[in-house]
Design a protein around this ligand. Structure first.
Ligand SMILES: Cc1ncc(COP(=O)(O)O)c(C=O)c1O
Length: 500
């Protein structure tokens, strides 16, 4: 029997995983049942199957919300200060598709960060729109994308007056934020639309409020300005407050709703709501899950009623974590100086002890701690609203143990892990192929990419349609596949789609 046939299926896997009682520093943000039980939803969730309904009388309709769904939308408008909030049952991915389809007409241009999520590339294909790539800064020590420079956006807007909109992720997967205020100013001066993919920053709005409240009362911050405390926990402002026309938040990633649920906020009067709503109903299921929508409602209620205490708690836990982490010899925290950081993402680097991100992930997993993302030497732990002080303590304890176990390697600096992520960009952009063919990775160098090649996670394409594939890139993709990593855009037998 093959390995595949041995597996019993999803439920068995989940049962086994649940029994392990792991610590979750990965999505979703609620981190499990205890979060909901704390706020009185235990009974509701115990009978979840009974709440799995359809549009029965009184249950309203997602695509023409007038009653209970509208009430939940209003809660989000209040929470984010948005002009209009839409509940999404197909993640931020769905919100991105609808936003682009409704703002970029066929054949027109979209200025987009090259490190955008694959849903943006999918939207381009559906909209028959042309991309103009803006390259984010490179954090060369780690080979990852940093912030998107506002000056570059300004330059591309001037060069491409026929562009309709601009989209970028902020924070990105590692928590690196762009200067949205400066970007919004440039975009609006050019009369265009700014869409911010805030999939990883749904919580920023509430931290911003928490910070303001704390600074006002001086109860928690040292008002004379202790740099150590402020540096650890001061989070960037949300894009809603920095001029973005549309922001899309994966509530499920860091806050308290179920996986796949998200909220799209319209923050200005520049958006055609009819066009947006038309696209939302086009790309989302006509049977939206009441379980997902109910989870958005639970999250909204919990934040409305207990947000102050919850975000203060999260903030304290982060301060505690960063303070203790500093004492662990050999552990470095990745925090580029040039950009504002969403410090809820804990970017751990133990390469000084000879450990790559993969090795650190493995070591932590053996201790029951599951993390979100590995890139080269970085292991990113994604904290969420549901993480408890005990979770941070267990992570710290595990890191101390790993550091102790690998301590002697400190003295063999030449044996340090050197596996940086390669920097391939910018690749030569030709044009998006119409006629396509599949070729083996070995034969791909020099061909024009026709379907994005996306190592997942993080889900950021390393080659996009229209870009010429280099030898170096093809070799890297082959290596990833040999290591058993998931690379979207590469078939099971190692083929990729290129122009004919
Ligand atoms: C930057 C970015 N944008 C958008 C998405 C899609 O979000 P969702 O999973 O809510 O569809 C992701 C998913 O990981 C992401 O990393």
């Amino acid at each position: 029997m093959s390995n595949r046939e041995d597996k019993k299926g999803i439920v068995d896997f989940l049962r086994q995983h649940m029994e392990k009682k792991t610590v979750a520093f990965h999505m979703p943000g609620h981190k499990g049942a205890a979060f909901y039980e704390e706020f009185g939803y235990g009974g509701f969730l115990a009978a979840l199957a009974d709440a799995d309904i359809t549009e029965i009388p009184g249950a309203d309709n997602l695509f023409q919300a007038e009653d209970v769904i509208l009430a939940t939308m209003k809660k989000y408008e209040r929470l984010y200060g948005a002009k209009k909030s839409y509940l999404l049952v197909n993640g931020t991915s769905g919100g991105i598709l609808a936003s682009i389809l409704s703002t970029v007409p066929k054949g027109r241009k979209l200025i987009m960060a090259r490190n955008c999520h694959k849903s943006v590339f999918n939207a381009l294909a559906l909209a028959h729109a042309e991309p103009v790539y803006v390259y984010p800064e490179l954090i060369s020590e780690y080979g990852i994308s940093g912030a998107v420079p506002p000056d570059e956006i300004k330059r591309l807007l001037e060069q491409n007056p026929e562009a309709e909109a601009v989209i970028l992720p902020s924070p990105n997967y590692y928590g690196i934020c762009s200067d949205i205020s400066a970007i919004a100013e440039a975009v609006h001066q050019a009369g265009k639309i700014l869409i911010v993919d805030q999939a990883h920053g749904a919580h920023l709005k509430f931290f911003a409020e928490e910070n303001t409240a704390m600074v006002k009362t001086c109860s928690h911050f040292d008002c004379t300005g202790s740099p150590a405390v402020k540096k650890a926990v001061k989070l960037p402002r949300p894009a809603e407050e920095q001029g973005a026309d549309i922001t899309i938040n994966s509530i499920h990633k860091t806050l308290g709703s179920f996986t796949q649920s998200a909220v799209l906020n319209v923050n200005t009067d520049r958006i055609d709501l009819d066009a947006l709503e038309d696209k939302l109903q086009m790309i989302e299921s006509s049977s939206p899950s009441y379980l997902l929508m109910a989870s958005l409602d639970m999250n909204a209620e919990i934040i409305l009623q207990h947000g102050k205490e919850l975000f203060a708690r999260w903030q304290e836990n982060l301060e505690f974590f960063y303070k203790e982490a500093e004492k662990i010899s050999g552990l470095k925290i990745m925090r580029p100086k040039s950009s504002e950081m969403d410090s809820t993402k804990l970017n751990l680097d133990m390469s000084r002890l000879g450990l790559s991100g993969d090795m650190l992930e493995e070591a932590l997993m053996k201790k029951g701690i599951y993390c979100e993302l590995v890139t080269g030497n970085i292991l990113m732990c994604m904290s969420g609203i549901g993480n408890t002080r005990e979770d941070y303590e267990r992570l710290l304890l595990a890191l101390r143990e790993v550091a102790n176990d690998n301590n002697e390697k400190l003295f063999f600096a030449d044996k340090r892990y050197k596996g940086k992520c390669p920097d391939f960009g910018p690749l030569e952009f030709c044009r998006i192929p119409v006629e396509k063919v599949r070729v083996k990775i070995d034969d791909a160098a020099g061909r024009i990419c026709a379907a994005s090649i996306i190592p997942y996670p993080p889900g950021i394409p390393i080659a996009c349609p229209g870009e010429r594939i280099t030898e170096e890139l093809a070799v890297y993709v082959k290596k990833l596949r040999e290591r058993g990593e998931k690379v979207i855009g590469v078939t099971e037998n190692g083929e990729i789609t290129v122009g004919k």
